[in-house]
Design a protein around this ligand. Structure first.
Ligand code: ADP
Length: 234
């Protein structure tokens, strides 16, 4: 439940634009230009899709937002921070504001559902077991998996595994969710279910950017589509 205090804090720490790219070019060592002069903004609380063929530059764009890569030219702003000018020690704080979901969910198979979802909290330095348990259960509840804490990922269906990945992404209450082909391995019903979850998080104020090729699913949302071709937005 959001208290007036937490809503005030949310408004204080959230800028009008969650993501702003201004004339961003990314050239990899060896000279390959993955992004050319890309400019767009994603407003706080907005949900948008990112489409484009393989090699169009989608992953590079996500890597710039998560500080895995730095722009060769231009400016990348995330939640008010200019990432090109960010010192290395400030990168983890920016990453903590971002929940990332992958096509293959990247769960640790040797760890229980509970441990997988708790991981971002532990990495962020939370040690209070009761608080960790409370937050993990809240995240699992949001994705409809309460009660599965003790199971291992391999005992879950692919849709459930992806929902564990989503619980792990939201457990830290990020301001921004980035999903890289989150429904790529799911059948149409499960894919619709997972997309519905993103819609629900967006409805409570989380900014969402989803890389997807699933035009049928995308068309069910009234969200903006950013389309990349050969490193440029069209
Ligand atoms: P997408 O995610 O749309 O498939 P990418 O962002 O992965 O596209 O890649 C865009 C282009 O940049 C591709 O031509 C790819 O080969 C190139 N590229 C991606 N990563 C690297 C890298 N680390 N070094 C050199 N070239 C890269």
């Amino acid at each position: 439940m959001s208290t007036p205090c937490s809503i005030f804090f949310f408004l204080l720490t959230t800028f009008e634009n969650m993501i702003q790219f201004t004339n961003v070019t990314k050239r990899y060592p060896g000279g390959h230009q993955a992004l050319s002069n890309v400019s767009f903004e994603l407003k706080s609380g907005e949900m948008a899709f990112l489409t484009g063929h393989s090699g169009a530059g989608k992953s590079t764009l996500l890597k710039l937002i998560t500080c895995i890569e730095r722009p060769t030219a231009g400016q990348v702003m995330v939640n008010g921070k200019n990432l090109g000018k960010l010192g290395r020690r400030h990168v983890p704080a920016v990453r903590r504001q971002i929940g990332m979901i992958f096509q293959d969910h990247k769960l640790i198979n040797e760890r229980t559902v509970f441990d997988n979802v708790a991981l971002p909290l532990v990495i962020a330095g939370l040690h209070n077991h009761q608080e960790i348990a409370r937050r993990v259960r809240a995240a699992l509840d949001k994705v409809g998996l309460l009660g599965k804490e003790k199971q291992y990922p391999v005992t879950l269906s692919s849709g459930e595994q992806q929902r564990v990945g989503i619980a792990r992404a939201v457990v830290n209450k990020p301001a921004l969710l980035l999903a890289d082909e989150p429904t790529g391995n799911l059948d149409p019903d499960l894919a619709a279910e997972v997309m519905g979850l993103f819609g629900q998080f967006n409805q409570v104020g989380v900014t969402v950017l989803i890389v997807s090729h699933n035009i049928d699913l995308i068309s069910r949302f009234r969200s903006r589509i950013l389309h990349l071709e050969n490193g440029g937005l069209v």
